[in-house]
Structure formats: structure tokens, C-alpha cells
Design a protein around this ligand. Sequence first.
Ligand SMILES: Cc1cc2nc3c(=O)[nH]c(=O)nc-3n(C[C@H](O)[C@H](O)[C@H](O)COP(=O)(O)OP(=O)(O)OC[C@H]3O[C@@H](n4cnc5c(N)ncnc54)[C@H](O)[C@@H]3O)c2cc1C
Length: 469
Amino acid sequence: MSPLDSLTDLLGPDHCLRREADVAPYAVDWRGVYRGQPVAVLRPGRTEEVAAALRRCADLGLAVVPAGGRTSLCGAVVPLAQGPASVVLSLERMNRIRDLDARDMSLVAEAGCVVQSVQKAAEEAGRLFPLSFGAQGSAMIGGVIGTNAGGIRTIRYGNVRDLVLGLEVVLPDGRVLDDLRRVRKDNSGYALRHLFIGAEGTLGVVTAASLKLFPALRRRETALVAIRDPDAALSLLNRCQESGADLVAFELIRSVCIDITLRHGSNVRKPMELTTEWVVLVEAASPHPATPVRESLEAALGEAIEAGEALDVVLCESEAQRENLWTIRETFPEASRHEAPGLPTDTAVPVSAVPEFLRRCGHLIATRYPRGKMVALGHMGDGNIHLSLQAPPGTPRPEWETYGAGFEERVGEIAVELGGSFSAEHGIGQSKLYGMAGLKSPVAVELMRAIKGVVDPEGRMNPGKVLPP
Ligand SMILES: Cc1cc2nc3c(=O)[nH]c(=O)nc-3n(C[C@H](O)[C@H](O)[C@H](O)COP(=O)(O)OP(=O)(O)OC[C@H]3O[C@@H](n4cnc5c(N)ncnc54)[C@H](O)[C@@H]3O)c2cc1C
């Protein structure tokens, strides 16, 4: 009898997957870069089952990798290739909305709820769950909490940390921390929920979350703006912020990214002649249909044209036009995978430093990596630009990784030199451990290790992630 049989007994054979073909999808990450071999995949359906599974894993000395939609871009959700025996604990069956209170503007969702289904539940109640990003059709509430996800609306609503009112968490020894409250104020000691947000499953398993909702947006205006350069984008951002239009997104896009999406994406149309190197996708919105959102946005765009910052503008006239723009933006990561291998980064700098960040990265590429093309797009309103060194089409990935050695690290250093972070919204996982070791304050890392030692003294929760060896 295998020790794993006791996990099968606990969850049943359908929910303790051990056959190689069943386990295989959980052994590789979304980008196909990281691989690790879990000994089993556990799929508990209730909080009590998660607790029992963690107790059993403790008895068996197994490491546990919590998994949601498995869209992590930094190797956070697969076991280490050369690590301890691990199970993947998938929350996919815990997908109920436990409660929704439109007056409180809150809902309680289990960790396996897909982000899009939470958006839909909120919408049906006349409310908005504002988290929005390309992987929202797969990413799950536990996963976005694990990574403290951001996305396109962070400029208006904050990232996941700002959206969580309370959590239910199963600790590594099986105890349940029930902090699933909906109150907006609670100063009764340390705000423990924040420890688990962005912890990438290294401290416990989130089983449910109480989340903030907002009034639904009933008036929305969207524009694509050809701009002179990133400095002009910064001026435009400030003009829009001062215009009275409530900005809900402000994305800076290098035009080459649109070309790539038009080449490889389906159901997308060219939105305008791309005559400038950079464009901005801007959206303003209001819960009240009578708010003059369009007028405010038009005024800001008009000023930018007069100042020579904006050279061309497409202000959407229909929902179809708007959807086309957002599809182009959101499907770029997938389209770029078909174009050529890239070396992606995920940094943030103070918003005012974005133009200088791009200048320095452009210089880095021109002088050290001249075979590469800079593709860049991202959340300018948060200073979070996703910049990648893209290979000439047809280059094999291993060759490109060798050529681009040190690129990600240098971009991370540039961000830190400008007062920013080497990891903005995707997390650390395995791919950014270099930054925790070299770019993060040693005192901060020391404190994190101390916390990890108290909550997970045996180091069994998602080992090898977040904290450097
Ligand atoms: C096309 C595409 C676009 C993307 N765009 C964005 C973007 O704009 N903004 C952004 O922030 N991210 C983006 N991402 C990255 C990714 O979608 C996010 O990091 C997301 O939060 C991951 O959610 P998930 O459910 O897939 O988590 P997973 O990948 O399953 O897990 C992520 C981490 O959380 C941990 N975890 C998962 N579930 C739990 C749980 N229940 N309890 C504790 N820990 C848990 C895992 O162990 C892992 O460390 C994008 C990814 C793709 C593929």
C-alpha cells in the first residue's frame, strides 16, 4: 500500500489524481517554461476537506502547492523540478459564491471561483467587481489573492489587496483562520489577511474571500490616442486626471504590439493607421448615465492635440469598437507567443519615471541586445509597463534565452534605480527570486523569513517560491 492511498481514502479517487495523464496538466506552467512533477493532485470540495488534506500531507511529509487557474507567469504554481515530494492542491471545485449583499457592496466567493464568474455575479446584482485582466476567464479568486493581481483598472480601484475585506485560510497544520468578515473598519490588532495576499501560497491555502463591490459603470467612453512619445503620454494622463473624467484605465502600448496582435489574433480589426511609435488606450467611466464623461474626455484629448502631444484620436462610437480595442490589448500576450520567443518583465516605477524607464531600457537593448526588439505595453497609470525582449521570428527559445541572459535582471535593476519594483503584479514565483536576493531590502527578506518560520515551520507550503534559497 502506498502512503498516497490515505489521501485517496480521504478525498476519493476522482479527487486525488495520481495517473500520469491526469497529473500532467498540473506539472507545467502557462508559459511552458517551468515543469515539476507532483506526486498527486488533490481536489478538495470543502474547507474541512482542505484542512484534512493539509493535516494528512503534514503526516506524510509532503509539500503542498496550492493552485487556482494556473495562469501564473512566474513559475509559482508548479512544484520545483528538483524539490521535495509535492502535491498540487487545486481549489477548482470550491467555486461557490457563498453570499452577496448589494447594500453592503460585498460578496463572499470561494477560492475556486473564476474571476469572470465573480464579475458576472456582481453584474447581475447591479454591482461591479472591478478586477479585470487578460486571464480573467481562467484565473481564480485564490490565485489572484495569492499573487495580489493588478490589471487594467488598478488605476481606479487598486489591486487585489485593496479589494479584500476578509479571508478564510487553512494553515499548514490544518487549523482554519476564519477572518471572513465584511466590515470596512477593524483595528483589532494586526491585519492578518494582508500576510496571505501576495504570499503565493507559501503561508497557507485561501479557501474563501470577502470582496468589495462597487456601483456598476453605466457610462463608459474609450479612446485610442496616437501620441508623440511616452512623455506626451504622461502629460495626457495628468490632463485626463484633471479633466473630471473618472479614469478607469490608461494603457500605454508600443504600436508594434498592435501589429503583432493583428497578425496572430482572431476577431480583431485595425483600429487606426499606426503612424506613431506609441499609442494610449484610455477609458473613463461613471456609475451615472448622465455624467458628462465623453465631454470631459474630449476636452482633455483636445488640449493634448493642441499641445502637440496627441496626433490622432479614435473615440469609440460603439460597443463593438470598444470591444475591438480591448481584445487587441488583452490578447497580446497570447499573440506574442505565436510571433517569436520573448523575455518578459513585470516592473513598476513611479508614474512620472515611466518615460525615463523606457529610455533606459531602449538604450539597454540597443547597446547590449541589438538583435532583440522592444515590445512594451502596460498599465501606465500604475507605472507598470510589461516590457519584453522579443527575438527575430523563427529563433528557437533556448537560443534566445542564452542570448538574452541578464536582460530581465538588468531591467529589474533599472526599475529599482528609479524608485520602483522588479515585480509589479505577477509575483516572484521561481523566476524573480534573483530580485528577492539582490534587489529587495535584506531586512524585509529577514522579516519575511521569520514570518514564514512561524506560520509554516516545516517549510512545506509551496517551497522554493518567494523567498530566495
Ligand atoms: C494572458 C495573461 C494575462 C495576464 N494579465 C495579468 C494582469 O494584467 N495582471 C496581473 O496581475 N496578472 C496577470 N496575469 C498573471 C496571472 O493571471 C495572475 O497572476 C493571476 O492572479 C493568477 O491567478 P490564478 O488563479 O491563475 O493563480 P495560479 O497561477 O493558480 O496561482 C498563482 C499563485 O497563487 C497561489 N495560489 C493559488 N491558489 C491559491 C489559494 N487558494 N490559496 C493560496 N495560494 C494560492 C499559487 O500557489 C501560486 O503561487 C496574466 C496571465 C496571463 C496568462
